[in-house]
Design a protein around this ligand. Structure first.
Ligand code: ATP
Length: 303
């Protein structure tokens, strides 16, 4: 991290869920580790965004040219209005979309229901808006399967992520934590703006009503699915600018951890430079114009 920025404590450390973490003690309005205000955050976001873009391009280039099969799985979880779309737009959107696969997970389709719940997840590794964790969130809170079934999911989720990590994928799990009051404010704001009606779903109020059940389900995820190889970061998200900045920093730090380098040239750089220098900047000479004998045009008979 550069000392020009205003992180006095890296969010990778400050926000990582560790043993004894209590969701109830996290203030969604706080800005842990950040010393500045929103304006400073915007400036830092622009600076760190460039790093993120270059790091992701390096990973992409190494995948194409150096046989490097490493990758990153970014899981973005959060209740309705927590800002998942904003992270996709304002953080993931800082990098070249060519190198990113983004998937939003909704209610499983008929086709998806025919398979194990991890089927659609395995097919989509990249950036997830919602994820396999819905199996122990909405599925648990809404009693879509009995407790003895969802109880088995935690071990399955850990085993799946361990397998993914062992195959060379850096797993970064983001939980956006908002307060119930902020959720209501955001839902109400959607009803004040016709361009946001499409984002409003009357069923979102059911999620608000089940707030405590969701909090308990999130706490269990943190307690049971936080191995070192696939950590959770609990991000206070009432201030969108902070959440976005923190996720950008965590992601950039994760990519820096891969110690990426640009792929070596697979050709003689000096020889290629010499070839370019020998070429005419005006382009290749035009081919000589050869005079064609005039071909007689057929005459159209007058009517
Ligand atoms: P979001 O709030 O994620 O931006 P959205 O409101 O536009 O999304 P969709 O993306 O269509 O809606 O679907 C999200 C919904 O799908 C959420 O209510 C979520 O709980 C539900 N969902 C996701 N995964 C599952 C699952 N495995 N089983 C049941 N419901 C699920």
């Amino acid at each position: 991290m550069s000392d020009q920025n205003r992180w006095h404590h890296s969010p990778t450390e400050a926000l990582k869920v560790g043993p004894g973490f209590s969701l109830a003690d996290l203030d969604p309005d706080a800005t842990p580790g950040w010393h500045g205000g929103e304006d400073d955050a915007v400036a830092e976001m622009a600076r760190r965004g460039k790093d993120l873009d270059a790091l992701q391009e390096q990973l992409f280039a190494r995948g194409k040219e150096a046989g490097d099969t490493r990758s990153v799985l970014l899981v973005i979880q959060g209740l309705d209005t927590a800002g998942k779309d904003g992270i996709v737009t304002h953080v993931v959107g800082l990098v070249n979309p060519m190198g990113v696969k983004i998937t939003g997970f909704g209610v499983p389709t008929e086709e998806e229901r025919k398979h194990h719940y991890l089927w659609r997840i395995r097919n989509a590794l990249g950036v997830f808006a919602r994820s396999h964790y819905e199996q122990v969130l909405v599925v648990r809170v809404k009693n879509l399967v009995p407790p003895e079934t969802w109880e088995t999911y935690y071990d399955e989720l850990n085993a799946f992520e361990a397998e993914v990590a062992a195959a060379g994928t850096t797993v970064v799990k983001i939980a956006l934590v908002i307060s119930p009051a902020e959720q209501l404010r955001r839902l109400a704001a959607r009803l004040d703006d016709p361009s946001k009606y499409w984002k409003y779903n009357p069923k979102d109020l059911e999620v608000h009503a089940a707030w405590n059940e969701y909090q308990a389900a999130y706490q269990d995820i943190f307690d049971r699915c936080s191995p070192a190889s696939a950590p959770w970061y609990a991000i206070p998200a009432d201030r969108k600018w902070y959440a976005r900045l923190a996720v950008a920093e965590i992601l950039a730090t994760a990519l820096e951890g891969l110690e990426l380098t640009w792929p070596e040239a697979t050709f003689d750089v000096a020889a290629e430079k010499a070839r370019i220098a020998s070429l005419d900047p005006d382009g290749p000479a035009a081919p000589p114009v050869t005079q064609q004998p005039a071909t007689p045009q057929p005459t159209t008979p007058k009517p």
